[in-house]
Design a protein. Structure first.
Lengths: 224, 174
């Protein structure tokens, strides 16, 4: 077998170089003063006391026989809770699908690096059309770093001013529009209409550059 | 040369004078410039994140000593290279900065040789991996590599020869 080793090395290193995208730089918090440290110790002790009391009460309750058969509904998927971010997104989109007027699409490329994902149903105020909103955050309460909006085909961004957007080839037959918004305005947007099954998809991010958005966009597959 | 990001000399001078906004801006720009370099050097994204964080911490600590503010990116890259090669991670215990990154996996390669090569590269020792990255990704010639790595030119040549032989064997070439 003949391999152009040097070309292959360059290709492998170039791929490695583009895989990571910077989200943020964090400075280690300054050391807290003695007073605050004391307050933190007291607060921790109080918390431990409260938890201890609560656990005691819970144990007491568990000792009591159940008054009614356990027919309390559980959360969807609780028995086999999804483990990865992609699993969460896939499970949630599958759950929401019966409420949608279009076939939703599921991202195939893993967005990792400690991100958490949440999937919401959003309803258009005038037409009542339900949309899917996937939000990726660094942590549960943090700002959204990547957002995906899915709706019926031709639903949304169709009136961008000429010259504002750039054509981007998502697949050989699908062309998207890239709008280079600055991060302070929510970051760049990549949107496109899928032909089969038809849907509108848009990704916006303060963390991903144009190349990363396209890689992410290319990974979407229609929910089966 | 792949480290294209520029950090302006004037913002570095402001940062050296203690301007907190300039310091943050310089470190953020350096992080963006260094992350691709760290990603090629490191075997995984966690290692790359730590490497950038360690480098930023050291750069922050010694920024005032930098004589040529225009050369801050090259200086930071060299700092990172030294930290990577000595692998001591002295800054782990007192790291001032950390970064967070997100992975967007490149499209799957359909080439088995590329996959084998990637695994082989990730298994190389730090000096060999650093040489590979400097020569094939940064685009340095062998003399520049020798200077950057602080070893004689002959060492770089023989190291690269052995390295290519080994990698060729790993991907099944002759």
């Amino acid at each position: 077998m003949s391999v152009d080793l040097e070309a292959l090395i360059k290709d492998v290193l170039a791929r490695k170089a583009t895989e990571l995208n910077l989200i943020g730089v964090r400075r280690r918090p300054r050391r807290i003063g003695l007073l605050w440290r004391g307050a933190a110790v007291v607060a921790t002790l109080l918390l431990a006391l409260i938890i201890g009391v609560e656990l005691g009460l819970l144990r007491e309750q568990l000792r009591q026989p159940a008054a009614v058969p356990s027919t309390v509904p559980t959360a969807v998927g609780a028995a086999s809770s999804p483990s990865t971010v992609e699993d969460v997104v896939r499970a949630e989109i599958t759950r929401l699908r019966p409420r949608l007027a279009f076939v939703p699409w599921i991202p195939g490329t893993p967005l990792t690096g400690g991100l958490v994902a949440s999937v919401h149903l959003q309803t258009d105020g005038t037409a009542g059309t339900p949309y899917v909103l996937i939000e990726y955050r660094r942590d549960a309460g943090g700002p959204v770093v990547v957002q995906v909006l899915e709706g019926p085909a031709n639903c949304c961004l169709d009136s961008v001013r000429a010259g504002q957007a750039m054509n981007v080839q998502i697949t050989p037959s699908v062309r998207g529009q890239y709008i280079p918004n600055e991060p302070q305005f929510g970051g760049p947007i990549l949107w496109w209409d899928t032909p089969n099954p038809p849907a509108y998809l848009a990704i916006t991010s303060t963390a991903l550059d144009s190349a990363a958005l396209v890689v992410f966009a290319r990974s979407f597959l229609a929910a089966e | 040369m792949t480290l294209r990001s520029r950090v302006s000399g004037s913002s570095v001078r402001d940062a050296q004078a203690g301007n907190a906004v300039a310091q943050e801006s310089v470190l953020r720009s350096l992080a963006a410039a260094l992350l691709p370099f760290a990603a090629t050097l490191a075997a995984n994204h966690r290692e790359a994140d730590i490497l950038v964080g360690d480098t930023l911490s050291r750069v922050y600590e010694r920024l005032a000593q930098l004589e040529d503010p225009e050369a801050v990116v090259a200086w930071a890259r060299q700092t990172m290279l030294r930290l990577f090669i000595d692998q001591k991670r002295r800054y782990l215990r007192r790291r001032e900065f950390s970064i967070e990154s997100v992975i967007v996996a490149a499209p799957q390669v359909d080439n088995a040789a590329a996959l084998d090569l990637r695994h082989a590269v990730d298994r190389l020792g730090p000096p060999e991996r650093a040489l590979l990255v400097l020569h094939y990704w940064v685009g340095m010639n062998l003399e520049e590599c020798a200077q950057e790595l602080g070893v004689p030119l002959g060492t770089v040549k023989s190291r690269l020869h052995k390295l290519l032989k080994r990698l060729r064997a790993e991907v099944g070439g002759q």
